[in-house]
Write a protein that binds this ligand. Structure first.
Ligand code: PEP
Ligand code: MN
Length: 279
């Protein structure tokens, strides 16, 4: 059958760099993501309370973050772990958006939740759902940007084809995210694949960001990896922060505290100047 002899590159033709003459820059409520920009997305793994999310949002905004993240629906490995505040979590994230003016991003786990994401500026597809093709098609019918995270054991080409699902379904506003892959290494949670950031930028016109928090799983690795991510040419970064990491309900070990985040921001701002990127 002709389908099987089709060249592989044709399988992600809309997101391929060859599809457009230039790099796609996505505008999220005035915040630009794409070539020439390096927006920092930050916030807690999970929204836990009004006090928590507001305190974090205010602090990271003062430090220079451009977008607030916060999980409301959490894909946890154990069913006994905190599953997120769900709809209430999204309401608290909206409240933090109104208080600070920061656009917000949160993870959607299935298409039945779409109605709850009206006020969310960027819909996140998590690593575990990268090949949930029905969900990809469903967010392809939305107008708002989608952050697509690479699966734990997915190839770069598979990530591009998942992005193609969204774009081919009618939504051109896709941001790719490298977040570490599973390897034989057990001292880190995952292994950050910096080559993927470079190759994705070479193969696709879409913005490419990286998440050092989930890649490392260890707080002390986050700032050095963030510098590496900027150095290889990523278009942004997503970092988990918490006002009290030791008592976080999710991913505390990889979360920066607010002071550590602001120190990192000072460093990244200097580097952005050298790279000619707007942070
Ligand atoms: C997250 O961003 O909180 C998350 C669950 O990430 P990932 O899907 O990359 O594991
Ligand atoms: Mn997390």
């Amino acid at each position: 059958m002709a389908f099987f002899t089709e060249p592989k590159t044709e399988r992600y033709r809309m997101v391929s760099r060859a599809a457009t003459g230039n790099s796609t820059v996505i505008d999220v409520g005035g915040v630009k993501i794409g070539e020439g920009y390096f927006p920092v997305i930050s916030g807690p793994c999970s929204v836990e309370s009004e006090e928590q999310v507001i305190a974090i949002a205010k602090s990271i905004k003062a430090g220079g973050a451009k977008i607030l993240r916060g999980g409301a629906f959490k894909p946890r490995t154990s069913p006994y772990d905190f599953q997120g505040m769900q709809a209430e979590g999204l309401e608290l994230l909206s409240l933090a958006k109104r208080e600070t003016g920061l656009p917000i991003i949160s993870e959607i786990m299935n298409q039945s939740q779409i109605g709850l994401f009206e006020d969310v500026d960027i819909v996140q597809i998590g690593a575990r759902n990268m090949q949930n093709f029905d969900l990809l098609k469903a967010v392809g019918s939305l107008k708002k940007p989608v952050l697509l995270k690479r699966g734990l054991a997915n190839t770069i080409e598979e990530l591009l084809m998942s992005a193609e699902y969204i774009v081919a379904s009618g939504n051109p506003n896709v941001i790719l995210c490298e977040r570490g892959i599973r390897t034989f290494e057990s001292m880190t949670r995952n292994t950050l694949d910096l080559s993927a950031v470079i190759l994705l930028k070479q193969k696709s016109h879409l913005p490419v960001i990286a998440d050092p928090s989930h890649a490392a799983g260890i707080r002390s690795l986050v700032a050095p990896l963030a510098k590496g991510i900027m150095a290889v040419g990523a278009d942004g970064i997503m970092i988990e922060t918490h006002n009290n990491p030791a008592n976080a309900l999710c991913d505390g070990a990889q979360s920066l505290d607010l002071e550590q985040f602001n120190d990192l921001m000072k460093d990244l701002k200097k580097r952005a100047e050298l790279e000619g990127k707007e942070i």
